[in-house]
Every structure is written in structure tokens, then in C-alpha cells.
Design a protein around this ligand. Sequence first.
Ligand SMILES: Nc1ncnc2c1ncn2[C@@H]1O[C@H](COP(=O)(O)OP(=O)(O)OP(=O)(O)O)[C@@H](O)[C@H]1O
Ligand SMILES: [Mg+2]
Length: 254
Amino acid sequence: MAAEFVVDVKNLSKDFGDVKAVRSISFRVEKGKVFGFLGTNGAGKTTTIKMLCCLLRPTGGDATVLGHNILSGQMEIKRKVGYLPETPILYEKFSLREFLSFIGRLRSMDSGLIEKQSERLAKLFGLEEEIDKQISSYSKGMKQKASLAAALIHDPEVLFLDEPTSGLDARSAKMVKDLLVGLSKKGKTVFMSTHIMEIADELCKEVAIIDKGSIVGIGDLRKMEKGAKARDLEQLFLGLTGGEDEKELAEFLK
Ligand SMILES: Nc1ncnc2c1ncn2[C@@H]1O[C@H](COP(=O)(O)OP(=O)(O)OP(=O)(O)O)[C@@H](O)[C@H]1O
Ligand SMILES: [Mg+2]
């Protein structure tokens, strides 16, 4: 059977004034994969994810998500994808139950299903006791979990996750990793950005490495490591995104 590509990006670019945040990148993500999007700070990961979720208009190029164009199919894309922002965007005056209900209604879900999904997700993230407490009283990790719950409420076909394990303790991070693998086994597609090499290593068979807005490596992780004669992903990543860090550090420590 021919591969089905859920995300198809062609020469996508984004400028912010003089800053070329994303420079004509192209890649495809197959259905049911956990695809890793790696890059250093400021490489263009968040900008790319926002364009694919129709939250930011590209300067050039094109992309489709689930066959819908990001310029003309915004309504469909926004309805079908789950998006985890880099920093949780939550209505802090709401309780988690109220927040999930609000998001569920935006997703046109009926109230019975919203209630059922909210309870399931609160349980999954260990927030059953907190579900009726104001989000403003949550810790950083709890807010991240609330944000993940909101991304999952409508059981989306595709998930765009910007640093999904950010702020999570080891146990919670492990649960989220297992969750993402489990969802991909059920046919959901996960597109996730990360700085954390071990996470990419564990979860993603395929990755794209972005550096200063351009893709500098893409494909099967193991093959890329072999091709570059890199010991591990970290070495591959450091090789492809080479900077002046060591020189700067020596200068600073002088
Ligand atoms: N709203 C904006 N206005 C101007 N420049 C921006 C804006 N958003 C991002 N940029 C610039 O675009 C580039 C890419 O930023 P982006 O947030 O996509 O990086 P990132 O890969 O997500 O980094 P990080 O790992 O730190 O989250 C950076 O140079 C950043 O300064
Ligand atoms: Mg970012």
C-alpha cells in the first residue's frame, strides 16, 4: 500500500522583517509516525509548527495537513489537529473541567463526550483531584499536563506538540512518551519538536533537523547516524548544527 502523508510541506518560509526564521523547508510525515523536529534555540521549530497549525501565515511556500491546504483549509485543519503550544495557553481563572469544556465546545463536541473525555484525561495525567481547582493554582508541570489534555480532548488525527515533555518530572515524561507511542500505534500521527536527544532517540524513527531556518538533516535516524559516522544522535546533532560554543565558552572562562 502506498504511504499516506498526513503532513506535506513544500518550500515553506517565514520572515519576521529581516529575520529569516524558516527558509524554504520541505518534508513529509507519514500517517501513524512519531516524527521528531529537532533544532537549537531559535532554529525555527515553533514558527514551523505555528504555520502548520494555521496560527501564523507563511511568507512563502505551501503545506497540507490531512490533505487540507494551510492557507485555504484553516477551518478543517484547526478542527482536526491537536496543538500543544510551547508555553501553555490556559485560562487560569477556569478550573481544568471548565477549561476542557470550553475547548471541547470550540471543537463542536457534545457535552456528554466532553465530560467523559475530561474525566479520562484528568485521570491519565493524575489530575482527578485537581479537576475542579482553578488552573492558576497549578504547578508548572500540572499546567503542562492541562495543556496536553486540551490538545487531546477531541481525539485528533494529528498532534503538533511543541516540546511535549517540557516541565514534566521523569515519571510524567515517561507516561507522555508511552502515550505518544501508543497513539501512533492506533494510527495517529505525532509531529513533535524537542531539544532532548534521548527523547528523539527513543520515540522517533524519523526526524528532521532544522538549523537557522533550514533543514540540515532528514530521514531515518539510524541511517543518518550511520551515514555521518556519528556515535549517537547527540553527536550527529552537534555535527549538523555546529556552532562556536566551545570558543565562546573558553573566552568567557578566561
Ligand atoms: N514574533 C516574532 N517576531 C520576530 N521574530 C520572531 C518571532 N517569532 C520568532 N522569531 C524569530 O524567528 C526565529 C525562530 O524562532 P522560533 O521560535 O521558531 O525558534 P525555536 O526553534 O522554536 O527555538 P526554541 O528552541 O528556543 O523554542 C528566531 O530568530 C526568533 O527570534
Ligand atoms: Mg520553540
